[in-house]
Design a protein around this ligand. Structure first.
Ligand code: CAP
Ligand code: MG
Length: 426
């Protein structure tokens, strides 16, 4: 190990990818040693002296640890883009969040953020629709979009699934989404479910005069099958797919984005299992980094958390995620471990707030996120005392109240669905 990667005077160059890490060395290991090994092992070095790489080449490709804050455990590293296959998220992650996470030399290590240089940005498509394209799909510009996840996650027949979707749509949902556990099971096979749920969507569109979208889960055992499922949806006139980004894997996400370039299909990114990596504030990968990779690849919308609902994620974290999804330029924020990112031509994604939401939370969500968000309700619609349709209606009523700045209690006095929701959830 060369152990000369620390250069705090160094200024990152435009052809370098910058990573911010949180670092805790193991007992008895100096901060500097841990930083050197982390930078070396993620690029051109290993645990003992090697002479296979010429000194000239090592000089050209070596990483630079250009910022160290021992007190806060914050380290920044600049990596030459030539170290990477710049259009491969799996390869980039194998380097910057790979074996270094397992080294005994570190007690804890967390990849907080990645800033992509222009050449990396330009080698990805980014979202095809993005935030504004999603709005165009619905023709809705002046309010948050309301979605639901059919519940329970698994167990319903395809017919029952389509019926719950229909009731959600006519009640007021813009979006109906499959749950993450539902793919292609015996009780609710993919091909049948897509067909009859899209039929239910069309029926509801005719009856309500609103554009509706069905986000069918195409997560599959192989990329081939995942893409077949996307094509089935496209052939049936569906406009959306949902994919589970962590369990499907980054190659699947890149393959899907490539394939949808020739289809009229938007991509909804569901992130279950992310907390295995993101929840521990001292180790793993910050969700912000995963969100940026998802945007780079080109998914149109991503779950970001809610603050008020059932999932972990404080306001700082959720709003950072929202900004990283939705802004064209992200300013650096040292306290929040955010690196500066100019997104160039990569479109913004639509953020999705989901997890333990019910109609009474909508004003708080609206205050936090404004109108550029999809608010998604599972049990908060299907557990409504008057049923699914009324649950969806209660959500739309609550959105109206929030937009008009009327208290929910007042609005509920002549809107019985909202009244019933407030009685149940308080
Ligand atoms: C929500 C949900 C979503 C989570 C994902 C669930 O259902 O369908 O998958 O929101 O979490 O299965 O829990 P409810 P996140 O509305 O009934 O809670 O958005 O944090 O990724
Ligand atoms: Mg779910």
């Amino acid at each position: 190990m060369r152990e000369d990667y620390i250069e705090t005077e160094y200024k990152p160059k435009p052809d370098e990818l910058v990573c911010e890490y949180y670092m805790e060395p193991a007992d008895g290991v100096s901060f500097e040693k841990a930083c050197n090994h982390m930078a070396g092992e993620s690029s051109i070095d290993t645990w003992s002296d090697i002479s296979t790489l010429s000194p000239e080449k090592a000089q050209e490709l070596k990483p630079h640890v250009f910022s160290i804050d021992k007190e806060r455990g914050v380290v920044k590293v600049a990596y030459k883009q030539d170290l990477f296959e710049i259009d491969s998220v799996p390869q980039i992650l194998s380097a910057i969040a790979g074996n270094i996470m397992s080294m005994k030399l570190v007690k804890n290590l967390r990849l907080e953020d990645i800033a992509f240089p222009k050449d990396v940005l330009n080698s990805f498509r980014g979202p095809k629709y993005g935030l504004n394209g999603v709005r165009d799909l619905f023709g809705v510009y002046d309010r948050p979009l309301v979605g639901t996840i059919v519940k329970p996650k698994v167990g319903l027949s395809s017919e029952k699934h389509a019926d719950v979707a229909y009731k959600s749509f006519v009640g007021g949902c813009d979006i109906v989404k499959d749950d993450e556990n539902l793919t292609n099971q015996k009780f609710n096979a993919f091909d049948k479910r897509v067909k009859i749920t899209l039929d239910a969507k069309e029926k509801a569109e005719k009856e309500t005069g609103e554009r509706k979208m069905y986000l069918c889960n195409i997560t599959a055992p192989t990329c081939e099958e995942m893409l077949r499922r996307a094509e089935v949806i496209n052939d049936l006139g569906g406009k959306y797919v949902m994919i589970d980004i962590i369990t499907a894997g980054w190659s699947a996400l890149q393959s899907l984005r490539e394939a949808t370039e020739d289809m009229d299909i938007a991509i909804h990114a569901h992130r279950c299992m992310h907390s295995v990596m993101t929840r521990n504030p001292r180790h793993g990968v910050n969700m912000v980094a995963l969100a940026k990779l998802t945007r780079l690849i080109g998914h149109d919308q991503l779950h970001i958390g809610t603050v008020v609902g059932k999932m972990h994620g404080d306001k700082d974290e959720v709003l950072s995620l929202r900004d990283e999804c939705a802004l064209d330029y992200m300013p650096a924020n040292d306290q929040l471990h955010i690196l500066e990112q100019d997104w160039g031509n990569i479109k913004p994604m639509m953020p999705v707030a989901s997890g333990g939401l019910e109609p009474g939370m909508i004003p708080d969500l609206y205050n936090m996120f404004g109108k550029d968000v999809i608010m998604q309700f599972g049990a908060g619609i299907h557990a409504h005392p008057m049923g699914t349709e009324a649950g969806a209606t209660a959500c739309r009523q609550s959105v109206e109240a929030a937009l008009e700045n009327i208290t929910l209690e007042e609005y509920a006095s002549n809107h019985k669905e909202l009244q019933s929701a407030l009685e149940k959830w308080g």
